[in-house]
Design a protein around this ligand. Structure first.
Ligand SMILES: *Cc1c(COP(=O)(O)O)cnc(C)c1O
Length: 246
C-alpha cells in the first residue's frame, strides 16, 4: 500500500470512529508521527493531504524541517523534551505536546520571553503509570496545569497521553478514560488562561478506541508509513536521568 492509500484508510477509520462517538470527522485532527521517516516520504504524505507533522527528537526534527519547511505543513513536537533542547525546539515547533514538568515550562517561558512570543502546549500525563513513559502523574496534572498557566508565554490547549502497550483493550481504554477525566476536571476548574481544546491520544494500534473515549487529536505513524526499524525504546528512553530533569 502507498502512503496515499494508507492515509486514505486512516482518514476513513477516523471518520468511522468519530461518527460512532457522535462527533463529526472534521472534529478530529490527524497528526502524522514521522520519527525515522525520511523527508521524501514525509513530503509524499503532505502531498496526499497530511497537514501536521510530529517529531520526537529535536535534532532529527531540525534536519527534516530544513528540508521540508517550505512544504506548508505544521510541526508539532511529541517527544520527551530535555531542557537543554528548548532553544532548538522553538526553531520549528508550532505546538509542544509533551510539557510534563514545571522546570521545563520555566525554561520554555524564559526562552519565549527572550524571543517575544508565545507557544501552544499540551500537558503530557502518564496514564499508564509505567516508569518508561514520561508525563505528569494523573494526580499531579491539575496542580501542574495551574502552575504552568501562570507563564504568559505558554498557552495550554489540552492534554496528551500515550496509552498502555497491550492487547488488553480494557486497560488501553482505562488510560484514555483517565486522561478524559482530567480534561473534564480541568475544564470545570476554569483555570485562568487555560483553553482546554485538544485531547491528544491514540496511535496506530489504538486510535479508534481513543476517539471513542474522547480524543480529538490522534498521532499516527506506522499505519501511514509502515513499521519502523529503530526500536521505540530509542525514542522513549526507559531511564530517567538527571539531565532529563534539567
Ligand atoms: C511514534 C509515536 C506515535 C505514533 O506511533 P505509531 O504506533 O507508529 O502510530 C504517537 N505518539 C508518540 C508520542 C510517538 O512517539
Amino acid at each position: 500500500m502507498s502512503i496515499k492509500e494508507n492515509l486514505e484508510q486512516v482518514n476513513q477509520n477516523i471518520a468511522d470512529a468519530a461518527i460512532k462517538a457522535g462527533k463529526r470527522p472534521e472534529d478530529i485532527t490527524l497528526i502524522m508521527a514521522t520519527k525515522t521517516v525520511d523527508p521524501d516520504r514525509i513530503r509524499e504524505a503532505i502531498k496526499a493531504g497530511g497537514r501536521i507533522i510530529a517529531e520526537n527528537k529535536v535534532q532529527e526534527a531540525l534536519k527534516k524541517y530544513d528540508a521540508l519547511k517550505n512544504d506548508g505543513a505544521e510541526w508539532h513536537f511529541i517527544g520527551h523534551l530535555q531542557t537543554n533542547k528548548v532553544k532548538d525546539v522553538l526553531k520549528f515547533a508550532n505546538m509542544i505536546h509533551s510539557v510534563d514538568r514545571l522546570q521545563l515550562a520555566e525554561k520554555l517561558d524564559q526562552r519565549l520571553q527572550q524571543e517575544g512570543r508565545a507557544m501552544d502546549i499540551l500537558i503530557q500525563v502518564n496514564t499508564s503509570q509505567e516508569d518508561s513513559k514520561y508525563g505528569a502523574a494523573p494526580e499531579e496534572a491539575i496542580p501542574l496545569i495551574r502552575q504552568v498557566a501562570k507563564y504568559d508565554t505558554l498557552h495550554i490547549r489540552g492534554l496528551m497521553t500515550i496509552g498502555l502497550f497491550t492487547k488488553d483493550e480494557v486497560k488501553i481504554r482505562k488510560c484514555f478514560k483517565v486522561l478524559k477525566e482530567i480534561y473534564d476536571n480541568s475544564v470545570k476548574a476554569g483555570i485562568d488562561k487555560v483553553v482546554m481544546q485538544y485531547l491528544s491520544m491514540g496511535m496506530s494500534g489504538d486510535y479508534p478506541i481513543a476517539i471513542e473515549e474522547g480524543a480529538n487529536m490522534v498521532r499516527i505513524g506506522t499505519a501511514i508509513f509502515g513499521a519502523r526499524n529503530t526500536p521505540d525504546a530509542y525514542y522513549w528512553p526507559s531511564e530517567k536521568t538527571d539531565s532529563d530533569r534539567g
